[in-house]
Design a protein around this ligand. Sequence first.
Ligand code: DHB
Ligand code: MG
Length: 222
Amino acid sequence: MVEHQRRLGWADVEDYLSATLVQGGSSMDRVLRSIDDAGMPRIEVAPTEGKLLMLLARIQGARRVLEIGTLAGFSTIWLARGLPDDGHITTCEFLPEHAAVAKANIAAAGFADNVDIRIGAALDTLPTLVGVEPYDFVFIDADKGNNIEYLKWAVKLGRPGTVVVVDNMIWEGTILAPGKDPDAAAIRASLDFMGSSPDLDATAIQTVGTKGWDGFAIAVVR
Ligand code: DHB
Ligand code: MG
């Protein structure tokens, strides 16, 4: 192997895949700039995962999406791109200042009429959604300590066949030895929950790339 090849790693391949296959365009560039400008954490999904969400929504034939954890709207816009013109996303964001950034990004991407941002604790918002038309697709990417509660809500607000995707399920492998990291313990507990829930058929996939070693879980509501 020549010298320059040895220095290449997962992040380089990720950049190549993003440039070659994902091509998020100016809307996505705008979101990333807005995150930096607002001093928000750079914890949005990787472009490859964002596009996966779009593809999964399309494969599912989803029209109604529930997202828990909006941040700057990066994943929200990817999901919106996977929906038909009359598609709808309800997205829950704890922090009003993050929601304001997301709202501007979502409008700039052309999805203002498709996305309803609910500000506040998702556990306060979710009960208000009981009785609305069931969601076809749920994306959970918020405070990890509430993953199990969010999964229970996904089942309650979904229907048989609803697809549920949960971000950050590997957490650099710390799920196997959480130690004092409460997030690692909570993520592990939510994987155990998915594996034993009679309401969910689930698996999880490990990922490497620009965000290091992580992964996501995917499930279908029974
Ligand atoms: C981190 C990454 C995430 O995708 C997330 O949802 C929360 C935190 C992180 O790397 O810290
Ligand atoms: Mg995440």
